[in-house]
Design a protein around this ligand. Sequence first.
Ligand code: ADP
Ligand code: MG
Length: 500
Amino acid sequence: MTLIDTRTPNPKSFIKGARGDWEIVIGMEVHAQVTSESKLFSGSSTEFGSPPNANVSFVDAAMPGMLPVINAECVRQAVRTGLGLKAKINKRSIFDRKNYFYPDLPQGYQISQFKDPIVGEGSVFLDMGGDEHIEIGIERLHLEQDAGKSIHDQHPNMSFVDLNRSGVALMEIVSKPDLRNSDEAKAYLSKLRTILRYLGTCDGNMEEGSMRADINVSVRKPGGEFGTRCEIKNVNSIRFAGQAIEFEARRQIDILEDGGKIDQETRLYDPKTGETRSMRSKEEAHDYRYFPDPDLLPLEFDQAFIDELAQHLPELPDDKQARFIKEYGVTPYDAMVLTLERESADYYEAAVKFGGAKRDGKAVANLVNGDIAAFANSQGLSVFETQIKPGQIAGIVDLVAAGTISSKGAKDVLQIIIAEEPEGDPADIVERRGLKQVTDLGAIEAVIDEIIAANPGQVAAVKAKPTVLGWFVGQAMKASGGKANPQALNELLKKKLGIE
Ligand code: ADP
Ligand code: MG
């Protein structure tokens, strides 16, 4: 791959060394397991968690004379992913054999794509907060088989092999070396996972290994020539990816500043120590002797096949985010958070439109991204997985809009739904529990007069500094048990204190 620098050096991502600034350069190879009932070249099930070797056909076990047959669904999924990455779809691609020996690779080679992948160049947009939007280039996406798994911890002097994963379809998604710091790298993984989940082409479950990243890291003087890279293999969490990059960049900078040079090598990240360590150097690197698999014809399809898939693509996260900003008036940040997961976006929209009404999208976003998200986090859930229903959110927002409850009252109703009445109707809860905000302040007028009489110092202060009014509002609100309508309270206090 020819390396082209598409980014303007940004001092924000420079790292200080003993001898000036350094810049990190990162490119990723992400392996994403294709969501499909059966494997890439056989009809065996891909189910996770089956007993060892339960999902192994003669093809997966590489019995002599068995022939691979391409799974059309995996091809569709790869093309759909390519479309989601705004990438060039190659109507003709080739499966190659990548030859190497490993006990959990019974064929003695992996069927992959080398020179002619199914998907070419594309891009992923990252929202880095504020006004910072960056575009990360995709180099290619190709289809390949996964290997089996060797198990070394079941017996004192034997190893076992589980071939359940052998032959499962993977998409390898290769980025250009466009990432410049660990935050961008984490944002890239997160965005890629979001896109794959929207498309339904990979479940993005990093703990189960359905998505893992090989992270290429090099350092250089800002804007200078690309440095020699090291590849950190098989990172299976976004957090670890960030930690691995930070450690690796620092390690390389220290070597270079001591006058050493970086050996191109494959390394492993150990989350326990927070360090990367060498696995193999480029000198020991394999020569895979790629050649086209003689058992498989070139993979060919026409434009109509691509168009049909494009037509049925779901709304993608970037488009949904833009629509939420335009249609509901939410901030770009809120829209980004709301669209991280397709189900959460649907949940939000269901609340906005509940009962055919069109309520304030911002008010709904505040509730969903605020108190509901906080509750969801505390339970390790996403907002749409909580017991709080879109209809209940709509009910609360409507009560606030009608002035029946204050925003503090909204919080109280939500807490009651969470802790006591999961099925509760907000209007009913407010009624039964006397949570209505008090607009008629006659009941607490005497208390307000007392507060004013007892605090001559503050009365004098508020004349000079109108912001002191907040103190009076706070006191009076407390006296009302938090139920006073803040606006009405403000008006009344101003009148009594003779300001404005
Ligand atoms: P290979 O095929 O040997 O793995 P590629 O050229 O295909 O190498 O690149 C693999 C990955 O490494 C890509 O994601 C690419 O962006 C990244 N990469 C290439 N050069 C560098 C570099 N100097 N620093 C960081 N990443 C790099
Ligand atoms: Mg590689």
